[in-house]
Write a protein of this length. Sequence first.
Length: 207
Amino acid sequence: MIRLILAEDHPVVRVGLERMLASEADIEIVGTAENGAEAVALVARSECDVVLMDLSMPVMDGIEATRQIVSAHEGRVRVVVLTSFSAREDIMAALDAGASGYLLKDAEPQELLAGVRAAARGDSPLAPQAAREVLSARTEDRSGPELSARETEVLRLVAHGLPNKRIARELQISEKTVKAHLTQIFQRLGVTDRTQAALWAKERGLD
């Protein structure tokens, strides 16, 4: 039996989902929540396997609720996002928060039921559109921004913790040129300071 908690703030949608899920012999709804905070509290005091989580809710949104549930019950509770939002940033934010799956509200009932069962088995159900966005984002992340050879050298030295003056000496360029390279590097990486740039470099083995 799959013990499920449903977190959805719209009463009509919540009741409709509850009726559909409760009609399945292998699914037991152990509770419903109207916002993310209620979902977190409900999971804490209930025995459940899967949480079906909306993203846009009052008090606490689905992203933060997912993060807290996964952090507190990692390995025991699987969170599957069910939402109408299909933008890449929403999908990646949910998966980064620890969601096991991402389904859209326009899915067919059987697709939703299959997603719940897949999550309970330990799989990661993704709506086709979500899967495409994940693949695209990961491909872009692997390739990363294009840095020139000199920018790469500067970034590597930043990752080693060297100040601009030392970097200038190491590369035999002026400190002003180092600052110009850093400005370009920050823009290309989408970061705002050298600490973030150093972390970016370390994550990709450039240190």
